[in-house]
Write a new protein. Sequence first.
Length: 237
Amino acid sequence: MRIAAGPPGGQLGRHNPGGSAGTGGAAAEGAGVSGLIVLAGVEGAAAQAHFLATGRPLEVISGPTAERLRQLDKEGLRYVLIHVGEDNGEAEGSYERAHHRVTLADVPELALRLRQREKKLVTCLAFGYKNGVPPDATWLVDVRFLDNPYWEESLRPLDGRDPAVTEYVLRQPAARELLDRLESVLRWSIPLYQRDELTVAFGCTGGRHRSVALAQEMAVRVSAMEGLDVEFRARDL
């Protein structure tokens, strides 16, 4: 079932509890970066009202999804796939391919974030491996090879947003080289992605020091690129 969404309103929020990227189809000419929303999962139908206000076309798939997703891919349609609820075990289905895997409680914030926009959103995310890998990461950058401010008694209670911690991390030659190399890759690759959102996830042990300093610095660098909305998030602070 495909529904023409109503006009957008309100401010863009930010939430990404979702899963790994699906194929997403091809970009629709003249459609900016806001394509079709495909809603599936055992609780997908219950969530559809929240997505009607995004200003984007909406299709709700009830029951098995793999065949319909293949059809969308063949049609070259660009879409964001959202699976609401638990894994239903379908091979190549909506849970396996979802851009976002959410519960009903997550839906309002995600719907707000998916309102029509003219620019891609790039999130520079810091996280701690001890709390799990963010499933929505486009790029996953393990920075645990860097010297850890945690072992400096004066820096331990601080986090990577503090200038003292930032200076400790960024003065390391390996940190600067990592940022320079990654920035070059992002400048080349971001325009090639036909997706509304991209996440660059930096991981360290606890998600407080090294990953935060690097994610924050990369957000500043990416902000200098034209045609993007950029945000910095520290998941585990």
